[in-house]
Design a protein around this ligand. Structure first.
Ligand SMILES: [Zn+2]
Length: 317
């Protein structure tokens, strides 16, 4: 019962295509939880503030539907939230690598991946393209995507994310706090020490230039502990004066967590309140749940990394 009395959750959203859906979801959550701002969550970790039955809402990546759909609903309901964006993507009005390949023909793209990685196409059959790409440094991800788009003369998608003016307006609202999310959305663990540091530092400095103030908040790209980030990345954040960072570990947050790996996406864990919430959310619950990284992808990544590293080792004289 002790756990229940300190039942606090953080939820991640990405792109939201229906204001109604978000309004209904937030109202259902509001019937069980009090919404708190990121500053309150930070005080919970750093100043011992007591939180009970609270929910903090986050949005990752800065998709343009945040400005178009989510921001108006949050303002209407007076719900504080934090969002995690890349200043590079915002300023240059570019897409993240995973947005570039949305809707791509997977098997066709896999042929290119096999060429790029010098692996047999058949050996990639059991892996999703995301499991493969999330095992590579981000420069390689960009290189193979560029190679594919150039070779087949594919059209790029228009910019999917907020622009500078929109981000500044969101910041000025005071309701939404903006945190960093790297520049290029790498899986930080796949990068060299230097590149991992640069991705973090440049995103914090870039946001400071854009917004005229330095953020103390960060969300790890993809965010799975040990697979996407580890102690090295937490040390980088500490060196960059980040005071709170989110992972995608799916459990309630509590003072037992490291403040640079605060869990999010608690909704699918058991517990009477959460069961009621699931019933309350109905169809919305399943839509929310579908946004979580499939467990299958995690095991595919581990298997692909083993295959790829073996192959590289044996390929070298
Ligand atoms: Zn992200």
């Amino acid at each position: 019962m002790g756990n229940l009395s300190a039942n606090n959750i953080a939820i991640t959203f990405h792109d939201i295509h229906s204001r109604d859906w978000l309004r209904r979801t937030l109202q259902a959550i509001a019937s069980r939880y009090d919404f708190v701002s990121i500053d309150e969550v930070s005080n919970f970790y750093h100043s011992g503030k007591t939180l009970k039955n609270t929910c903090h809402i986050t949005f990752d990546d800065g998709h343009k539907t945040f400005y178009e759909n989510s921001f108006p609903v949050l303002k209407e309901l007076g719900i504080p939230a934090s969002i995690y964006v890349s200043p590079l993507i915002i300023i240059e009005e570019k897409n993240f690598w995973f947005q570039e390949i949305a809707g791509i023909e997977e098997n066709h793209f896999k042929q290119e991946l096999a060429l790029f990685l010098q692996l047999e196409e058949a050996s990639l059959a059991r892996f999703s393209i995301y499991a493969i790409l999330k095992s590579l440094p981000v420069d390689d991800i960009h290189a193979v995507i560029d190679q594919y788009f150039t070779k087949y003369n594919r059209k790029r998608l228009p910019p999917q994310n907020m622009n500078t003016d929109q981000l500044i307006e969101v910041d000025r609202s005071g309701l939404i706090k903006i945190g960093a999310h790297t520049m290029n959305h790498p899986i930080l663990k796949n990068e060299t020490d230097e590149r991992a540091y640069d991705e973090v530092k440049a995103s914090i400095d870039g946001l400071a230039r854009l917004l005229g103030k330095k953020t103390a908040y960060f969300a790890f790209p993809n965010g799975i502990p040990l697979l996407d980030f580890g102690p090295r990345e937490q040390k980088i954040l500490a060196d960059c004066d980040v005071s709170l960072s989110f992972s995608m570990e799916k459990k309630r947050y509590s003072q037992a967590d490291h403040h640079l790996a605060v869990p999010r996406n608690a909704l699918e864990r058991g517990g009477p309140n959460l069961v009621k919430l699931k019933l309350l959310l109905g169809k919305s619950w399943y839509q929310l749940k579908n946004r979580l990284t499939p467990a299958n992808e995690i095991s595919q990544r581990i298997h692909f990394q083993a295959l790829y590293s073996t192959n590289r080792t044996t390929a070298q004289p």
